[in-house]
Design a protein around this ligand. Structure first.
Ligand code: URP
Ligand code: ZN
Length: 463
C-alpha cells in the first residue's frame, strides 16, 4: 500500500491548530509529528498552507430523477467536482420510486455509485410514506447496511410530502432502530395554495417561487417537526435551513435541551431574494426549496454558524442545466428545484466565514468536516486528523484566489450561482485515503475508487 508524507503544514482540526507532518500508510494516518523524515511514495510540501480534514458534505443529490429530468451530475462527475473543492466524503439521498421498497432503492443507489464515485460515500434514505414493511426495512438498513438516517418531506404535496401522522410514526420508527430523522421543513399544503393563487393571477416569473414559499411556511414546519420529535423522544436534523424565523425555533429547542440539529447551505449565506429579479429567465437559476431569503436572514445564519445553533454546512447539491431550468419559462412551479454547489462549499465558507472574521479556522473545520462526520456516524474515520483516521486531507492555501465560473469549475452544469465571484482560500492538494486525487488543479483520481461507507449511529443510539 503506497505511503505518503505531508510536510511543513499547519494542521487544523476542530479543536486544535499546530505545526506537524503527517505520515500516511495503508490509506490511514499513521504518524503525526514534527520533523518526520521517513521515506514515502509521495511527499507533499505544505509550507505556508494549512492541512485540514477532508470536507464531509452530508446533503447531495447525484443522479437523482426529478420529474421529466434528473440532476445533472452523476456519481462520477459529482464526486470529482467535490474533490476539486476539498470534499472527500459525501452522504447522498437514496430516494425510492413510488411503491419501491427501501431495500430496492438502496440497491439502486449503490449501483449508481459503484464504478463511478471517486471519493467515499454513504447514503441517507428518503421515506415517501410508511408501508407494511417499512419499519423492518428501516431496522435492516440501519443495522446491516449503515444507512442510519431517514429523511421525510413536509413539502412537495403529491410527490414526496408526508402527513403529520406518517411523520410522527416515522420518528417513532427511527427511535426504535436508533436512526436519525431528517426533515425538509416547509408547509407544503400552504405553499400549494399560494402557488395556485399566484399562477391564477398570472404571476409566473421565478420571483414568485420565493414569494409563494415565505419564511412563515418554513418556520411553522420547523416548529411542528421539532414538537413531534420531542413527543417521539428522538433526535431531529433540519436540513437546508434558510431563514431567521426557522433558526429561532431550532435555537429555542436546543435551549430546552432537545436533540435538535440543523444545517444551512452556502446559497442561503451568499445569495438573496434579489437574485430572483435578474433579467429574463436568469432568476430560474436560483430556484431551490426553501428559496433564497433576505439579507437579514443571511446575518442570522452566519450568527447561528458562529454561535453553534447551526452545526453543519452542506450543499444540497442538486444541479439542473439551463435547458432544464427553462422548463419553467411560463410557470415558476415547473422549474426543477435545486442548484449546484458541491465544489464551491468550502471556498465560499472560508472566504465568507474565516476571512471575514465571523469565525476561526477550527470552527470552519467543525462546520465542514468534523461536525457532519460526528452527527452522521462517520467520525473518527472521517472528519478527523488523528492516528488511525482515514488520510482524507486537504492542503489548504488560505490565500489562493479563485474566480468562480461555470467554465472552470468541474460540476456538469452550465452555470454557477456565484459566477464571477472571487474567493480567497482553497485547496491546492486533496488526498482521499492517502491517495492524491487533486494536485494543483490537476485531476489525479479515478472513477470507482470511492468506497461505500457503512455509517454508525451518530447523533442517535438505539432506544
Ligand atoms: O431545491 C431543492 N432543495 N432541491 C433538492 C431536493 C430537496 O428538496 O432537497
Ligand atoms: Zn436536498
Amino acid at each position: 500500500m503506497p505511503t505518503a508524507l505531508v510536510r511543513n503544514g499547519r494542521v487544523v482540526t476542530a479543536s486544535e491548530s499546530y505545526e506537524a507532518d503527517l505520515y500516511v500508510d495503508g490509506g490511514r494516518i499513521a504518524l503525526v509529528g514534527q520533523g518526520l523524515s521517513l521515506p514515502a511514495d509521495t511527499v507533499l510540501d505544505a509550507s505556508g498552507c494549512l492541512v485540514l480534514p477532508g470536507g464531509v458534505d452530508v446533503h447531495t443529490h447525484l443522479d437523482m430523477p426529478a420529474g421529466e429530468t434528473r440532476s445533472a451530475d452523476d456519481f462520477e462527475t459529482g464526486t470529482r467536482a467535490a474533490a476539486f473543492g476539498g470534499t472527500t466524503t459525501i452522504v447522498d439521498f437514496a430516494t425510492p420510486e413510488p411503491g419501491q421498497s427501501l431495500l430496492a432503492a438502496f440497491e439502486t443507489w449503490m449501483r449508481k455509485a459503484e464504478g463511478k464515485a471517486a471519493i467515499d460515500y454513504g447514503f441517507h434514505m428518503a421515506l415517501r410514506g410508511l408501508g407494511e414493511t417499512t419499519a423492518a426495512e428501516m431496522a435492516r438498513l440501519t443495522r446491516d447496511e449503515g444507512v442510519t438516517s431517514f429523511k421525510l418531506y413536509l413539502a412537495y404535496p403529491g410527490v414526496l410530502q408526508v402527513d403529520d401522522a406518517t411523520f410522527f410514526r416515522a420518528l417513532l420508527g427511527a427511535r426504535e432502530c436508533g436512526a436519525l430523522t431528517l426533515v425538509h421543513a416547509e408547509n407544503g399544503g400552504v405553499i400549494d395554495v399560494l402557488v395556485k393563487r399566484a399562477l391564477a393571477r398570472g404571476e409566473t416569473a421565478p420571483r414568485y417561487h420565493a414569494l409563494t414559499r415565505p419564511p412563515e411556511t418554513e418556520a411553522e414546519a420547523t416548529a411542528r417537526a421539532i414538537a413531534m420529535a420531542a413527543l417521539a423522544g428522538t433526535p431531529l436534523h433540519v436540513v437546508h435551513l434558510s431563514c431567521a424565523a426557522a433558526l429561532a425555533h431550532v435555537a429555542a429547542a436546543r435551549e430546552r435541551g432537545l436533540a435538535v440539529h440543523a444545517e444551512t447551505c452556502p446559497h442561503y449565506l451568499f445569495l438573496s431574494t434579489a437574485d430572483y429579479d435578474r433579467p429574463g429567465l436568469d432568476g430560474a437559476r436560483y430556484v431551490m426549496s426553501p428559496p433564497l431569503r433576505e439579507t437579514a436572514d443571511q446575518d442570522a445564519l452566519w450568527r447561528g454558524l458562529a454561535g453553534g445553533d447551526l452545526e453543519v454546512v452542506a450543499t444540497d447539491h442538486c444541479p439542473f442545466t439551463l435547458a432544464d431550468k427553462a422548463r419553467g419559462r411560463d410557470d415558476f412551479s415547473r422549474i426543477p428545484n435545486g442548484a449546484p454547489g458541491i465544489e464551491t462549499r468550502m471556498m465560499l465558507l472560508w472566504d465568507g466565514g474565516v476571512r471575514s472574521g465571523r469565525f476561526d479556522a477550527q470552527r470552519f473545520v467543525e462546520l465542514t468536516a468534523t461536525g457532519p462526520a460526528r452527527l452522521f456516524g462517520l467520525w473518527p474515520r472521517k472528519g478527523a486528523i488523528a492516528v488511525g483516521s482515514d488520510a482524507d486531507l486537504v492542503v489548504w492555501d488560505p490565500e489562493r484566489e479563485t474566480r468562480l465560473a461555470a467554465e472552470t469549475l468541474h460540476m456538469r452544469v452550465d452555470y454557477s450561482p456565484y459566477e464571477g465571484r472571487i474567493v480567497r482560500g482553497g485547496p491546492v492538494a486533496v488526498l482521499s485515503r492517502g491517495e492524491v486525487v487533486v494536485d494543483h488543479g490537476e485531476w489525479k483520481g479515478r472513477p470507482g475508487r470511492g468506497q461505500f461507507l457503512k455509517r454508525s449511529h451518530g447523533a442517535t443510539r438505539p432506544a
